[in-house]
Design a protein around this ligand. Structure first.
Ligand code: ADP
Ligand code: MG
Length: 483
């Protein structure tokens, strides 16, 4: 038995979710990514004496939405607190956050692991706070530059219980968080731009024991895969230390993504004292039951509900359902599509195969796709009515429709001469001609060489110039040969 399998890891994640509000958490400064440095930074953001913060209503609404989506208890009396510390990107010397009264407690998030098993992660809390500014170390060769545009941007911090055990579980949980905030339209979920950030707390213990080991916090990971890698690395590092008789230092570490290792940033042995105290310039925010119900009534349909709808009601495979749900815009396109056709399976196929590969080849997103879902429904209708074959639709009609997105699918199919022949009299005439041409093959078929059916079908299809409805054709050929 490997020494690693004697241990299990204990992992808790802290995610910062940057909210898509127009303005900042406590001021009317614009909150946007990529603006001219220090252009969205007023005296309120800087905390100049005499200025007063005001809570952003939108941010409260977003927090409540996330609370509902994560089955959390939502606090009615929300107080704010000052967390005091000095840093160059926090010139006012404190951050307004929630200390003892987080807006959400006791929720959970469920995600799927690779083997399809459901992972349930309990949430300790979700609280509202403001971001600090940004220190830029790589622009000037000598100095660190400070951009305070981000200072005061609204954040929700989601803290999990130490419920996770592996890097893969962390990856699955984070993917679900991103999906959720995107469906809720409260965050763009973009980890590279820092609108979704995650710190991982990791410890290890011998399997079968219940006490937690000393934990290490890892920061600065810019993708979910890197969170997973950092955790896997850290678990091994900690076990190696313990096995060689060394102690785990309680510290904050960073992850080097290029070479795949964590390294120490600072010791946490002496706990920071942030001197939290109630924010004197803000009244508590009261959240009423009415307000919560109002938001509940406007909640969008969420990924887990869509999964049930797609698999149970529409009969899609779990794989297809997940493929559709993974991307909110794709799911939304699908939802409109199936309001125009009842062929759910075919709708999923067209979207996941034909449309997706068209988009991939051109590096387009579904939002840039020229065809309205109702047009795809028209196309599916033509196939289902046996007017156009599936392959002719994919090869000729679909590209033509993309080129003329406002035209009617039937008109285009007619113009391209793709309409199948479903006239049984005409097909029967062609069959009669072919049968007359191969009398000895007919005898062979009748004496049991059933494989010859393909020959007749092929000949008739050729005679029809590929336009005979294949189902009808098959049926008629069989009938003819067996009479
Ligand atoms: P800190 O005060 O260091 O921020 P918290 O108690 O606030 O620590 O916990 C932060 C995160 O660390 C939470 O997600 C929590 O579940 C997780 N956590 C706490 N103790 C441990 C541990 N021993 N091992 C792994 N994760 C832990
Ligand atoms: Mg903490």
């Amino acid at each position: 038995m490997s020494v690693y399998s004697k241990y299990e890891a204990v992992i808790g994640l802290e995610c910062h979710v940057q909210l898509l509000t127009k303005t900042k958490m406590y001021s009317s400064d614009i909150a946007e990514y990529g603006a001219m440095p220090n252009s969205n930074t007023s005296v309120v953001t800087l905390g100049h004496p005499g200025t007063l913060p005001v809570v952003n209503k939108r941010a409260i609404e977003f927090a409540v939405k996330l609370g509902i989506a994560t089955h959390s208890n939502i606090r009615s009396k929300n107080e704010f607190a000052r967390k005091n510390y000095f840093y160059a990107d926090l010139p006012k010397g404190y951050q307004i956050t929630q200390d003892k009264t987080p807006i959400c407690t006791g929720g959970f998030i469920e995600s799927k692991l690779k083997d399809g098993e459901i992972l349930k992660v309990n949430l300790t809390r979700i609280h509202m706070e403001e971001d600090a500014g940004k220190s830029l170390h790589d622009i000037d060769p000598f100095d660190t530059l400070i951009d305070l545009n981000r200072a005061g941007t609204p954040l929700l911090e989601i803290v999990t219980e130490p419920d996770l055990r592996t890097g893969e579980e962390a990856y699955s949980y984070l993917t679900e968080v991103r999906k959720l905030v995107r469906y809720l339209d409260i965050c763009d979920g973009n980890m590279e731009e820092g609108s979704l950030r995650c710190d991982a707390n990791i410890s290890v213990r011998l399997k079968g024991t219940s006490a937690f080991g000393k934990k290490v916090e890892v920061k600065n990971m810019n993708s979910f895969r890197n969170v997973q890698r950092a955790i896997d690395f850290e678990i091994k590092r900690q076990i190696d230390l313990i096995e060689s008789g060394q102690a785990i230092a309680v510290e904050t570490r960073s992850f080097n993504a290029e070479e795949g290792f964590t390294f120490s940033l600072r010791s946490k042995e002496s706990a920071n004292d942030y001197r939290y105290f109630p924010e004197p310039d803000l009244q508590p925010v009261i959240i009423t039951e009415n307000y919560i119900s109002e938001i509940k009534s406007k909640m969008p349909i969420l990924p887990n509900e869509l999964f049930l709808l797609y698999t149970k009601t529409y009969g899609l495979s779990e794989y297809d359902a997940n493929q559709l749900i993974d991307n909110k815009e794709i799911a939304s396109y699908y939802n409109t599509l199936v309001s125009h056709t009842k062929n759910y399976k075919s709708a999923a196929n067209w979207l996941l195969v034909n449309i997706k590969s068209f988009l991939n080849e051109r590096a387009l997103t579904i939002a840039e796709f020229s065809l309205h879902p109702s047009k795809i429904a028209e196309l599916i209708g033509l196939i289902d009515e046996n007017k156009v074959s599936n392959s002719a639709a994919a090869q000729f009609l679909f590209p033509e429709m993309i080129a003329s997105p406002s035209k009617n699918a039937l008109d285009l199919a007619t113009k391209l001469d793709l309409i199948q022949n479903s006239n049984s009299n005409e097909i029967q005439n062609l069959i009669n001609e072919v049968v007359a041409k191969y009398p000895e093959k007919v005898t062979e078929y009748k004496s049991g060489k059933l494989g010859l059916l393909g020959l007749f079908v092929g000949e008739v299809m050729r005679a029809s110039k590929g336009k005979a409805d294949p189902k009808l054709l098959n049926q008629l050929v069989k009938q003819t040969l067996e009479n």
